[in-house]
Design a protein around this ligand. Structure first.
Ligand code: NAP
Ligand code: MG
Length: 402
């Protein structure tokens, strides 16, 4: 069989530990035999980030801007223990944070559904995609403990020196106070990323805040979304039969639980933090979540939602058998290849991505899966496989389908 040709390279961001091991297996077994794989390779493994003073991460993000599509392996975000383990010059920042800051994007996370891994919420027959705003609010808050009686005010000093004040509270006892902020350009980017992704994936978009209580802060989020929808997206949504739906956050939570899924749920930063863990757990497993960063300019970076699976990597280094689930990492590749196919008008490439995803799902549904899934499946006839065994099983399913 002739290999599928590519015209524009994918930006390939390699990573760390067990996911780095899987990365190579996926390329060797599932991609290179079928595709004339064109990538521009960036090694975001911690050793090379340290060697290049993290310049490699910045370069990979710039390359993503240039080519439009990247696929990223999970990477270590250094902490004190990693400083010693890797003899680091500095506690380098999270690569995801660095890339996100350069691309100015929103992260969309969605579960991969397979029969036999049943969501806790029985009516969730389609995936719910969470879009989390990744700037500001309590994550960039200023806080104070108030020791006793006294007045707390918000003070805005304009560049001309004029002041605007708002009383927070006239304290009669000790207490606490918090100041949070957000930026209109960041909320606008968030809104555009969400509307674009909804159109891309042909799903409705839901957004919710607490605007009835927070009449300026949350209401501004609501107003910005509505304004951008009305002026830039309404027609496109209507042409595709899609809906933009705004409601209060508590109403949204109730509706989400009753729903069948199949939409994007845009969340403010804190709501997204909490709700994405709730959703990942309710759908069954973090190893079955995809994640894509979408910039407001339409640049895409695909990855798995889980980390580098450090515990499995140490076993692997010890020569012990591992059973690490590679599905989310495979879906990062298929997401990127499908997008490349769409942008470059290579239907064969997109079709291959579809077939590889289907091969993963069919393999699990036939009872062949890694241990994490074997533990929670409702299927009866299950063959637990090791890391490599699962990838080989997917290859067999894939070859049979080509
Ligand atoms: P993790 O890599 O997500 O793994 C936590 C545990 O979840 C694993 O020990 C394993 O449980 C299970 N698990 C996760 N993915 C799995 C998979 N594909 N197959 C099977 N089981 C899976 O989180 P972590 O151990 O807390 O973090 C390790 C490193 O990843 C850290 O250095 C962190 O900085 C980094 N990280 C990177 C990203 C990213 O690049 N996007 C995201 C999060 C964390 P069992 O051990 O019980 O089998
Ligand atoms: Mg969290």
């Amino acid at each position: 069989m002739e290999k599928i040709k590519m015209t524009t390279p994918l930006v390939e961001m390699d990573g760390d530990e067990m996911t780095r091991v899987i990365w190579k297996m996926i390329k060797d077994e599932l991609l290179c035999p079928f595709i004339d794989l064109k990538t521009e390779y960036y090694d975001l493994g911690l050793e090379y980030r340290n060697q290049t003073d993290d310049q490699i991460t910045i370069d990979s993000a710039e390359a993503t801007k240039k080519y439009g599509v990247a696929v990223k392996c999970a990477t270590i975000t250094p902490n004190a223990a990693r400083m010693t383990e890797y003899n680091l010059k500095q506690m380098w920042k999270s690569p995801n944070g660095t890339v996100r800051a350069i691309l100015d994007g929103t992260v969309f996370r969605a579960p991969i559904l397979v029969k036999g891994i049943e969501p806790y919420v029985k009516n969730w027959v389609k995936p719910i995609t969470i879009a989390r705003h990744a700037y500001g609010d309590v994550y960039k808050g200023a806080e104070m403990k108030i020791p006793g009686a006294g007045k707390v005010e918000l003070v805005y000093t304009a560049e001309d020196g004029s002041e605007t004040r708002e009383l927070v509270h006239d304290f009669k006892s000790a207490g606490i106070v918090q100041g949070i902020h957000n930026l209109e350009p960041s909320i606008e980017s968030f809104a555009r990323s969400c509307f674009n992704f909804a159109i891309d994936t042909k799903q409705d978009l839901w957004f919710a805040t607490k605007d009835t209580i927070s009449k300026k802060y949350d209401h501004t989020f609501k107003d910005i979304f509505q304004e951008i929808y009305d002026t830039e997206y309404k027609e496109k949504f209507e042409a595709l039969g899609l809906e933009y739906f705004y409601t209060l956050i508590d109403d949204a939570v109730a509706r989400v639980i009753r729903s069948n899924g199949g939409y994007i749920w845009a969340c403010k930063n804190y709501d997204g933090d909490v709700m994405s863990d709730m959703l990942a757990t309710a759908y069954g497993s973090l190893s079955m979540m995809t994640s894509v960063l979408v910039s407001p300019k339409g640049v895409y970076e695909y990855e798995a939602a889980h980390g580098t699976v450090q515990r499995h990597y140490y076993k692997y280094l010890n020569g012990e058998e591992t059973s690490t689930n590679s599905i989310a990492t495979i879906f990062a590749w298929t997401g990127a290849l499908r997008k490349r196919g769409e942008l470059d008008n290579l239907p064969e490439l997109s079709a291959f991505a579809d077939k590889l995803e289907k091969a993963c799902i069919d393999t699990v549904e036939s009872g062949k899966m890694t241990k994490d899934l074997a533990l929670i499946t409702t299927l009866e006839d299950v063959t637990p496989l090791n890391t490599e065994g699962f990838i080989k099983a997917v290859r067999e399913t894939l070859e049979a389908s080509l």
